[in-house]
Ligand binder design. Structure first.
Ligand code: F6R
Ligand code: MG
Ligand code: MG
Length: 366
C-alpha cells in the first residue's frame, strides 16, 4: 500500500509576541481537520513548535495533492479567524496570498511530503524548526547521510552503505525550481560545497541509492523570496524515514548534539545555535534560540502510532545547556560581525533604509 506523509505548517498567531499559539487556536485547527478530513486522510496529528502550528497527515492521495493542501489552508484560515477574535499577535502571518490556487507551496506555509510503499513497519521522524530557515537542516542531513563519524550504519550496514542521492535546490532562483542531483559518497565535496551556503542551497530530498526509496524531504520555501520583504523566518519542517536501509533514529538525531549556528533568531536577522527542544516548546530568549523539535513515530496501514518525543531525554538537557551557553556567547557581541546576518539576508528593511540615508552624507576626502 502506498502511503503519503504530508506536513504543512504555518504561523497563524501567537500569545505574548511570536512565542506560541494559544491552546484554543490549536484546538480549533485540530477540530477543523478532524471534521473536514473524513474519507480523505487516514490519520493526522496537530502540534506546535514555537509560534508555528503543524498538521501532519497520512493519506493515499500522493504528494502535492490539491485536496490535502486545501484542507490545511482552510484549517489555517479558520484558525486565523479565531486568532483575530482572540487578539493573538500576528494572526494569519504566514498566509501570504488571498486565495488558494491548487497548492500551498509559495503561499506562505512550509510543506514537506513523501510517498512510499509502506515497509512492514515504517518508523519515521518529523522535525519542526522555528526562528530559522530551511538551510538549518543542511548540516544534520549531510552528517546523517554521508558521514560515518555520525552515521555508523554507513560502515556497519551494507544497505545503508550503498549511499544516498541528494536533491539540492538553489532557493535564490525564484522563477522556478533550480535543482541538482548529487551522489554520496562519490560527490561528497560537491555536496559540501553547496550545502555550506545554507541561505542559497537547500536539501530538498534524499534517496537511497540501493532501492531508490525516498529517505528524507524538507520544506524549501523562503518567505523572503515569496513576499520580497520580511514576513517572518521560514521555520522549516523535515520528514526522515529511519532504520533498515536508512540511518537509524539515533544516527539522524546525533548531529543535533552540535547545536550548530543557523540563520534566524531575533527578527530573522541573526545567527544563533539550533536548540533541540521537547515537543510543543515555546520560544523565549532573544526570540530564540532557533529551535527544532522531533516527533518519532511509525505509520502502519496509513495510521500513526503514538508519538515518542525524541528530544525529551536527559541527554538533550545537557545539549540544551551547551546550546544556551553558545547562545549567550554569540549574543554578547550584539550586532557585531558574525552575530548578525549579512546585508542581503536581513529580514527587516530598517538597516537598508538607514544605509540609503547615510550614503548621501559620505564624501570623498580631497
Ligand atoms: C522571528 C520573529 C520575531 C519577530 C520580532 C519582532 O521569526 O518572529 O523575532 O521578528 O519579535 O516582531 P514584529 O516585527 O512583529 O514586532
Ligand atoms: Mg511568527
Ligand atoms: Mg515561527
Amino acid at each position: 500500500m502506498k502511503t503519503t506523509l504530508s506536513v504543512i505548517k504555518a504561523d497563524i498567531g501567537s500569545i505574548g509576541g511570536h512565542i506560541k499559539p494559544s491552546q484554543k487556536l490549536l484546538d480549533r485547527v485540530t477540530s477543523y481537520v478532524k471534521e473536514n478530513s473524513k474519507n480523505l486522510v487516514n490519520d493526522f496529528i496537530v502540534n506546535h513548535t514555537g509560534d508555528d502550528i503543524a498538521i501532519l497527515c497520512a493519506h493515499q492521495l500522493g504528494v502535492g495533492n490539491e485536496t490535502i493542501h486545501k484542507l490545511a489552508w482552510d484549517a489555517f484560515l479558520d484558525g486565523t479567524a479565531l486568532a483575530k477574535e482572540q487578539g493573538l499577535y500576528g494572526a494569519g502571518q504566514d498566509l501570504l496570498k488571498d486565495s488558494f490556487s491548487g497548492n500551498v507551496k509559495g503561499m506562505g506555509p512550509a510543506v514537506a511530503e513523501m510517498e512510499f510503499e509502506e515497509r512492514p513497519n515504517e518508523p519515521f521522524l518529523f522535525f519542526a524548526a522555528d526562528k530559522t530557515d530551511p538551510g538549518a537542516y543542511n548540516l544534520p542531513l549531510y552528517l546523517s547521510f554521508t558521514d560515518p563519524m555520525y552515521c555508523a550504519g554507513l560502515m556497519l550496514s551494507p544497505k545503508v552503505g550503498e549511499g544516498f542521492k541528494f536533491h539540492i535546490m538553489d532557493v535564490a532562483h525564484t522563477e522556478g525550481d533550480r535543482m541538482i542531483e548529487l551522489d554520496a559518497p562519490e560527490q561528497l565535496y560537491d555536496i559540501a560545497t553547496l550545502l555550506r551556503d545554507n541561505e542559497r542551497f537547500v536539501v530538498e530530498s534524499i534517496h537511497s541509492r540501493g532501492s531508490g526509496d525516498i529517505a528524507a524531504s524538507v520544506s524549501t520555501s523562503r518567505l523572503h523570496n515569496i513576499a520580497g520583504k520580511y514576513t517572518g523566518k521560514d521555520d522549516p519542517v523535515c520528514l526522515v524515514r529511519v532504520q533498515g536501509s536508512f540511518p537509524a533514529t539515533g544516527e539522524v538525531l546525533s548531529p543535533y548534539s552540535i547545536g550548530h549556528f543557523v540563520a534566524g533568531f531575533m527578527r530573522g536577522s541573526h545567527i544563533g545555535p539550533l536548540m533541540p527542544v521537547k515537543n510543543n516548546a515555546p520560544v523565549s530568549y532573544f526570540d530564540g534560540p532557533p529551535l527544532v523539535s522531533c516527533h518519532a513515530l511509525c505509520v502502519h496501514d496509513g495510521k500513526f502510532t503514538e508519538v515518542a518525543d525524541a528530544f525529551d531525554h536527559p541527554f538533550w538537557d545537557y545539549i540544551r545547556d551547551k546550546v544556551s551557553r553558545k547562545s549567550v556567547d554569540i549574543r554578547e557581541q550584539g550586532f557585531s560581525g558574525a552575530a548578525m546576518l549579512p546585508y542581503s539576508e536581513l529580514e527587516y528593511g530598517g538597516i537598508v533604509e538607514r544605509m540609503k540615508k547615510l550614503d548621501k552624507h559620505f564624501k570623498i576626502r580631497e
